[in-house]
Design a protein around this ligand. Structure first.
Ligand code: ADP
Length: 472
């Protein structure tokens, strides 16, 4: 796999890129483009002043317009009427006074032949040397416009020096150097800060996650700096506690399965040895014990295999439409023996007929599991009620006992594989200890609703609901 940059370096790189862009932009606009942009601005200012003055020709506002424009934009302006030879200009300006007549005539000539009778020249000053005797690199704009007024042709000339910006540029260059330094420092500081607030919590959560496989489930990195890290941390904590639970369930499963397998195995080998060593013990009753215990073993192993198949989705339901009431009636007869042998009182209130589309064998399994549990956990009451009712197209079956009940905090766990509230309960009948997990898988496969209502000391009611099929 290509080696990926860590978040810290990525953030640093992005910030450095952004800072670099900023410095380049500053350099381009403040240094490279400063002069041409300033020059363009000056030319525009001169041209718009020219337009304004041309519009003010023949009006009383002409003088005021000349004065205002020259002051505002630091320009020399002259307006000369060729008929009357009168010239208007701002007095402080000496630029035009230094120009020879030939130079002026040349400019006017250019203007006269140009399209808008306007000529704008931008130059260093070698064309008109006497204008720039003091400073060779002095650039300036001279605008010449020939306009027709009521009093004859007027020549508007505007002169504007483009102040040398070399000095400004070198100041800006210095500043840019400082700014680059400050930005670099800011990038480093920001990277460190962002790393502390964003990348570090992630690294800590990652470290904690790495500890999970080694059985360190108590993860609590201090990462509450921002919402996403806090959420990720929470997710990790939930995952850790789930893994811890699953790990415990796995260990419980092994312990419980071994325990439940050992009991019948001990009985089988104990009875076998007894029959071998003591001649009078080879009785039918003892052989029956061995057969019963072998059956119990088979039941446990079958249940385990069944559950694992169900959980891996390897079971395909064999669905058919059948009468649930009829099925319950048949199944319940198996438990008559508990009435006669152990004094159980099983009350049955069934609906007339309730056709359901389900796997018959699997539904028998569900019902028998509920009944066996009710018998196992009914305590001294030995009373069980089975209710089946159809309401609004739904058949609800309830199996109620009046035994020990289930504590509120345990009720959510009883459907888990091999969960036992009380590990030492006395079994009246056989149970593999994973009955409810199998029930849950089967009912889930049928998309049936199910649940339990229970109160400690008063008993439990297990229920499931299925849609009733219409008779064809
Ligand atoms: P088990 O073979 O232990 O009965 P189950 O999966 O059938 O296994 O049941 C899981 C646990 O749920 C039981 O160990 C018991 O603690 C609880 N439980 C199930 N049914 C009842 C009930 N009718 N009354 C009280 N507790 C029950």
């Amino acid at each position: 796999m290509k080696k990926k940059l860590s978040l810290k370096w990525k953030i640093g790189l992005y910030l450095a890129g952004f800072a670099g862009l900023l410095v380049v932009l500053l350099f381009v606009f403040q240094i490279v483009l400063l002069e041409p942009m300033y020059e363009q601005y000056k030319i525009k200012a001169v041209q718009s002043s020219g337009d304004e003055i041309a519009a003010a020709l023949d009006t009383e506002a002409l003088e005021e317009t000349i004065m205002r424009n020259s002051m505002q934009n630091d320009m020399c302006i002259t307006v000369t009427y060729s008929n009357t030879e009168t010239t208007m200009r701002n007095q402080q300006c000496t630029a035009f006074a230094n120009m020879t007549t030939l130079e002026k005539t040349t400019l006017i000539g250019y203007a006269a032949v140009s399209k808008n009778k306007t000529y704008t020249s931008v130059s260093e000053s070698n064309l008109f040397e006497n204008l720039n005797q003091n400073d060779d690199s002095f650039r300036r704009v001279i605008y010449t416009r020939i306009a027709e007024g009521d009093e004859g042709t007027a020549v508007i000339m505007i002169y504007s020096g483009i102040s040398p910006i070399n000095a400004a540029t070198s100041t800006l260059k210095m500043q840019l150097l400082y700014i680059s330094g400050i930005i670099l420092l800011a990038v480093v500081l920001l990277t460190v800060m962002i790393n502390r607030s964003f990348a570090k919590p992630l690294a800590m959560i990652n470290e904690a996650a790495k500890q999970l496989p080694s059985g360190q489930y108590d993860v609590s990195p201090k990462t509450n700096r921002y919402k996403e890290a806090e959420e990720l941390n929470q997710t990790l904590k939930t995952a850790a506690s789930d893994i811890k639970k699953a790990d415990k369930a796995k260990r419980d499963l092994i312990a419980n399965v071994s325990h439940d397998l050992r009991t019948p195995l001990t009985m089988i080998s104990g009875y076998g040895e007894m029959m071998r060593d003591l001649p009078g013990e080879k009785t039918d009753e003892n052989i029956q014990v061995i057969i019963d215990e072998s059956r119990r073993l088979t039941a446990i192993v079958n249940d385990l295999l069944d559950l694992s198949k169900l959980q891996e989705n390897r079971i395909v339901l064999n669905q058919e439409v059948f009468d649930l009431t009829g099925m319950i009636e048949t199944e319940i007869r198996k438990y008559d023996v508990y009435h006669y042998q152990d004094g159980f009182d099983i009350e049955v209130n069934l609906a007339e007929e309730a056709l359901v589309n389900a796997d018959r064998k699997r539904m028998e399994q569900v019902f028998n599991n509920f009944i066996i549990n009710a018998i196992n956990y009914s305590g001294n009451s030995r009373r069980i009620i089975i209710n089946e009712k159809v309401n609004n197209g739904i058949v609800r079956t309830e199996i109620q006992d009046f035994g020990e009940g289930i504590a509120k905090d345990k009720i959510g766990d009883i459907w888990d594989r091999y969960y036992k509230v009380d590990k030492e309960h006395v079994r009246v009948t056989q149970g593999s200890g994973i009955g409810l997990s199998i029930v849950k898988e089967i009912l889930d496969l049928h998309h049936a609703k199910y649940g339990v209502v229970s109160e400690e000391g008063k008993g439990s009611t297990f229920w499931f609901e299925m849609p009733v099929e219409k008779k064809i």
